[in-house]
Design a protein around this ligand. Structure first.
Ligand SMILES: [Zn+2]
Length: 316
């Protein structure tokens, strides 16, 4: 099968790789091409790690090693792992329980965030990729939730002018004519956050246990395992001011839409809306919630020393 010789480009998203495969395949239409994967291709979102389309593509790969590589290098799985309880079992290279991962689905949170959830690209990467590979492609790093810039070129990311949330047409950046920046004049707090996420992403790829350890340290700090919802709500309300002060208004607006809209139900209660409901673990929350907790507690989490002493590299 062609996909076994045709490998993804550096930092290429799995859906971008599929789009390039389609263009080489000779199939007359996207739907006839995707039928060979035997899965559902209704949604191909930039921000979701757990979609049946991604698993159908990964499953199609010939060896366990290649499956692992696709998951860790060609999707946003490494940072998304922070949202899964008991995730350590998923991190170990040789004990990858694929069917358990396939049971996980994302909670419908489309309207809760302030950041762009489109497919993103960087103008300098597009130029470089076209020179080097003959076409531009979708990079994983540019699709990380809440990330706004390309760390390699230090440029604000772009989104197609008409928007592009679902890649079900298997389009590629070089086929899109018109782009707009995903944010205008970001505040310094958003740029700092952006660097934090990029570093966490790179460390999560380099060390497969990094994100699991980070989640464990957050759990130890917040100690919010109470069976009683009221107790969890009380804890969240007590800590909301500290959380909001640490992140600041601009970053809160960038992350959570509730801080931009005038809600009739009063002030946003992000901590309570995230930590108070009972979750069976199969409905995945966006990793930005856990990463925002990590950012709030950054001076208290030993795992984050690595992040703040880490130099971003452009090898990805
Ligand atoms: Zn770039």
């Amino acid at each position: 099968m062609i996909s076994n010789q045709f490998t993804p480009l550096p930092d290429e998203h799995i859906y971008s790789w599929t789009a390039r495969l389609f263009r080489l395949s000779g199939y007359p239409s996207v739907s006839s091409f995707l039928k060979r994967y035997n899965g559902s291709f209704k949604n191909l979102n930039a921000n979701y790690a757990f979609e049946s389309a991604a698993f159908s593509i990964i499953k199609n790969s010939e060896s366990a090693e290649k499956k692992q590589k696709l998951l860790w290098k060609n999707t946003i799985f490494p940072v998304s792992l922070i949202s899964i309880p008991n995730q350590a079992s998923y991190s170990l290279n040789n004990h990858f329980n694929f069917s358990e991962l396939s049971d996980i689905t994302h909670m419908n949170e489309q309207l809760l965030f302030g950041f762009s959830r489109n497919w993103h690209a960087c103008s300098s990467c597009m130029t470089e990729d076209e020179e080097k590979y003959g076409m531009s492609y979708w990079h994983v790093e540019h699709q990380l939730p809440s990330v706004i810039s390309c760390q390699k070129h230090n440029r604000i990311l772009l989104k197609p002018t008409d928007g592009l949330k679902n890649l079900s047409t298997l389009t590629l950046p070089f086929l899109i004519n018109s782009w707009v920046p995903i944010i205008d004049k970001p505040a310094s707090s958003i740029l700092e956050w952006n660097n934090f996420i990029l570093k966490v992403h790179q460390l999560s790829i380099e060390d497969k246990l990094f994100i699991s350890r980070l989640r464990c340290q957050i759990n130890d700090k917040i100690k919010i395992e109470s069976k009683y919802r009221n107790k969890r709500i009380d804890w969240c309300d007590e800590h909301t001011l500290s959380f909001e002060t640490a992140l600041g208004k601009s970053l809160l607006k960038h992350l959570f839409r509730a801080y931009s809209v005038n809600s009739k139900s009063g002030k946003p209660r992000i901590l309570a809306s995230f930590l108070a409901p009972q979750n069976n673990g199969l409905l995945l929350r966006n990793p930005v919630y856990w990463l925002a907790l990590a950012y709030w507690l950054k001076t208290e989490l030993p795992q984050l020393d690595k992040v703040f002493n880490y130099e971003l590299s452009s090898q990805f």
